[in-house]
Write a protein that binds this ligand. Structure first.
Ligand code: F0G
Length: 462
């Protein structure tokens, strides 16, 4: 019996449930107005199905919860740190680990360690916190992802790939000495969860070796990337996801991880690397901003849950069901003609707000407006990933106007059922049908940095 021809049903059963509150449409209209039309500012208890993010919202396994009881809460040298460190070396290949409270803690450290003011950091599409830490350290970010990534309708299988011609052009313009590293994300979040191919990664490795530039790997969703390699790249169909994950990591030099995604924990992250000297410098810095180098802002129990979660996250059955659920929702929406980013990503279905709301110019933040309307319809909370998230150019102060103006329906790992996905699909289809009634928004409060988190909006008059 070939497993591949069978459904992706979850490789777990449910042992405990969390009851959800239902609300009326009037209550939701009031809640979203009070939240300034920003889904980040809603109260969780006013949300029915929470697809804001896949970050820190996974259901842990019974083994992870049991691991929490094994927390060694020593200030220094906790046993859980060594378990975590060994797990990272075995599963991800990196020799040294510096725990951090979450992903951006690691981004902060690596940016300070490697960037000098005036540097240029190329990356396969920006991520909000990653780019901000690069900029705060004095660098300018340069997008070197393949053009296909900026076209939501392009069905190419590896839209996370790096365009090496763009890297060559950057070296020509600024010189390799001004490029401290290439910032490489696997399963590129802002592109719609799109993977990098092994072939592209090997070419990038060779390019970086030629120019003596290291690769900093944002491995937040590396297991999802590895799954797509297994499914789509010739020569990988018979390889385990775990072995592909290991190979991806071993082609890079340094890694930042938000363990709140792939690694199935509610809090935690790390910076990892192979270089001994860089590790020593990272230890010196982590004690300033996070905590001692053997806990980095985490409790011993958090590190234990992470070590167990890492192994569970690279299991073929787990990852197949995880991505399978995302694809289930995506296919339902495609069948109903709702425009979404192609191919369906690993962690989320991304709605193409430009095409759903053609009557709203990007200056009126169509994706922000669509996310608010979705919440009002059925209590489903999604997230804007378009002009609001992109922010302003740090030098000119002008709004970035990204080609992708998206609403992200992000699926937490091991939390919702197929019936929840059906409810979400029905709501999205209905809102898309009535899209003409959705009004544009303008900022009533715009924070200086990462404005999508705390920004407030008001609807424009007709
Ligand atoms: N890198 C990527 C690719 C991410 O998606 C995130 C977080 C981070 C780094 C930062 O990690 O949140 O642990 O500090 N993404 C979340 C999201 C917030 O909803 O996409 P963090």
């Amino acid at each position: 019996m070939s497993a591949k021809r069978r459904s992706w049903a979850e490789p777990f059963r449910i042992k405990m449930v969390e009851l959800l509150k239902t609300t009326t449409r009037e209550e939701r209209e009031r809640a979203i107005a009070e939240a300034g039309y920003n889904t980040f500012l809603l109260r969780s208890e006013d949300v029915y199905i929470d697809l804001l993010t896949d970050s820190g919202v996974s259901a842990m396994s019974d083994r992870q919860w049991a691991g929490m009881m094994l927390g060694d809460e020593a200030y220094a040298g906790s046993a859980n740190f060594y378990h975590l460190r060994d797990t990272i070396e075995q599963c991800y290949s990196y020799k040294h680990t510096v725990p951090t409270h979450q992903g951006r803690g690691a981004e902060h450290l690596v940016s300070r360690l490697l960037i000098k003011p005036g540097d240029w950091v190329p990356g396969n599409m920006y991520f909000t916190t990653t780019r901000l830490h690069q900029e705060l350290a004095g660098a300018s970010f340069v997008d070197v992802i393949v053009d296909a990534a900026h076209d939501p309708a392009d069905p190419s299988p590896f839209k996370g790939n790096v365009d090496l011609d763009k890297l060559d052009a950057l070296v020509e313009r600024v010189g390799a000495a001004r490029i401290p590293y290439v910032s490489l994300a696997t399963a590129v979040n802002m592109a719609g969860g799109q993977p990098v191919s092994m072939a592209n990664l090997r070419e990038l490795r060779a390019w970086c070796d030629r120019h003596r530039i290291p690769i900093v790997h944002d491995m937040t969703r590396v297991a999802e990337n590895a799954y797509f390699v297994q499914q789509r790249e010739p020569g990988y169909a018979d390889r385990s996801v775990a072995s592909i994950v290991h190979e991806i990591c071993s082609l890079t030099d340094i890694a930042t991880m938000s363990a709140k995604k792939d690694a199935l924990v509610n809090i935690g992250g790390f910076l990892a690397m192979n270089d001994d000297d860089l590790y020593r410098r990272a230890c010196d810095l982590v004690v300033v901003y996070e905590g001692l180098h053997t806990y980095g802002g985490l409790a011993g129990r958090d590190m234990e849950a992470m070590a167990i979660g890492i192994r569970e996250s690279i299991d073929d059955h787990h990852i197949r069901a995880r991505v399978g659920q995302v694809e289930y929702l995506g296919h339902k929406l495609m069948q109903a003609g709702v425009p979404i980013v192609q191919p369906i990503g690993g962690h989320a279905v991304f709605l193409d707000a430009r095409r759903i709301l053609p009557h709203l110019p990007q200056e009126q933040f169509p994706a922000q407006a669509l996310a608010a309307a979705l919440y009002v319809d059925a209590g489903v909370r999604a997230m804007e990933r378009g002009a609001v998230s992109a922010g302003r150019n740090k030098d000119t102060g002008q709004n970035y106007m990204p080609k992708l103006e998206l609403v992200r329906l992000t699926i937490p790992r091991r939390v919702y059922t197929q019936a929840h996905m059906d409810v979400v699909a029905e709501s999205v289809i209905e809102v898309a049908e009535q899209a003409r009634t959705i009004k544009g928004l303008r900022f009533s409060y715009e924070p200086e940095q990462l404005r999508f988190f705390l920004g407030r909006f008001e609807p424009l008059a007709d």
